[in-house]
Design a binder for this molecule. Structure first.
Ligand code: IPM
Ligand code: MN
Length: 353
């Protein structure tokens, strides 16, 4: 097929891991006879520095014209430590989500057997954990009415029935393709918004009799996730809870650098690692490119190109088994591989297959 990509490397380690992601895209497309075109566009702190806007109109247009967006990361410490900054790199990411209508964020939490010892949790708890978190991405506190002065501030956790129902349906569709177990995570014992979530969920659950639905408060879910991660199959939750729970989920796998994600909705889908821009590692060739590369696998799978996705996953697993790993997951005393070397090894594996 013809595949038109918008490529948004962003800030920090973004450009380095993106280089490897694009190399993998090119290798897979060449192998399977797909015609790939990449259009690069700026976002985040990079775009603020260049044009004063973290998600410029030109970047938005490039996204709208593409079949898919490959995104790396945004964020820069010079903004983090300045609460008075008028514009922040993260606003670029939020603008992209809102403007592309990306209401469904799919974040799989899968473990690799050879890495379970890297998890801070006990191996016997973590081994075999495999769930996905479906995070609502364009509503809730992130986008509700906000106010701030020097004495008071608030964010509104606003949700409509429509927003809740459509994300629940996405989650049920995933549950049907998996182990048919959906956990709806909310805080319905305290929050009105959560009570509407639970009401809507209870109304539509009977339409999916083949899926076992359960309901869990977010505090309890946070505990259960580390106590018994294998309990979960599909989790669906609101924007803020999903943000927090997926960072927690990343610990289960042993490295944040392993987790890809897909965001889908009204317009072009976006594929990106769940981790941030890790500015301290910028230019050091130590960032793990696997989350970016696995995001490419999700991209192919989104277009139902299963073999392409499978080959990438196979190459990633093979690189781990061969100990071709970035420092944070390297075996003790093992050879040193950087971002570039890991990417090149995977590209080579793909070419030779
Ligand atoms: C994420 C990130 C973003 C979020 C930030 C960078 C705005 O943490 O994708 O999880 O909070 O959604
Ligand atoms: Mn987050």
């Amino acid at each position: 097929m013809k595949l038109k990509l918008a490529v948004l490397p962003g800030d920090g380690i973004g450009p380095e891991i993106m280089e490897q992601g694009v190399a993998v895209m090119e290798a897979v497309c060449e192998k399977f006879g797909h015609e790939l075109t990449c259009k690069y566009a700026i976002c985040g702190a990079d775009a603020i520095d260049k044009v004063g806007d973290p998600f410029p109109e030109e970047t938005f247009q490039a996204c709208m014209e593409a079949d898919a967006v490959l995104f790396a990361s945004v964020g820069d410490p010079k903004f983090d430590n300045d609460p008075t900054a008028k514009v922040r790199p993260e606003q670029g990411l939020l603008a992209m989500r809102k403007k592309l209508g990306l209401f469904a964020n799919i974040r799989p939490v899968e473990t690799f057997d050879c890495l379970v010892h890297k998890s801070p949790l006990k191996t016997e708890l973590v081994k075999g954990a495999d769930f996905i978190c479906i995070r609502e991405l364009t509503g809730g506190m992130y986008f509700g009415e906000k106010y701030q002065d020097d004495e008071k501030a608030y964010d509104t956790n606003y949700y409509t029935r429509h927003e809740i129902e459509r994300i629940l349906r996405v989650a049920y569709d995933y549950a049907r393709k998996r182990r048919r177990h959906l956990t709806v995570v909310d805080k319905a014992n305290v929050l009105a918004s959560s009570r509407l979530w639970r009401k809507v969920a209870q109304e539509i659950a009977p339409q999916y009799p083949d899926v076992a639905t359960d309901y869990m408060y977010v505090d309890n879910a946070a505990m259960r996730m580390i106590q018994e991660p294998r309990f979960f199959d599909v989790i669906v939750t609101e924007n803020t809870f999903g943000d927090i729970l997926t960072d927690e989920g990343s610990c289960i796998t042993g490295s944040m650098g392993l987790l890809p994600s897909a965001s889908t909705g009204d317009h072009t889908p976006v594929f990106e690692p769940i981790h941030g821009s890790w500015p301290q590692a910028k230019g050091l060739n130590i960032a793990n490119p696997l989350a970016q590369i696995l995001s490419c696998a999700m991209l192919f799978e989104y277009f139902d190109l299963k073999e392409e996705g499978k080959l990438i996953r196979e190459a990633v697993s093979a690189s781990l088994d061969a100990n071709v790993r970035t420092p944070e997951i390297q075996v003790e005393g093992g050879a040193k591989y950087g971002t570039k070397e890991v990417g090149a090894w995977i590209v080579d594996y793909i070419k030779k297959r």
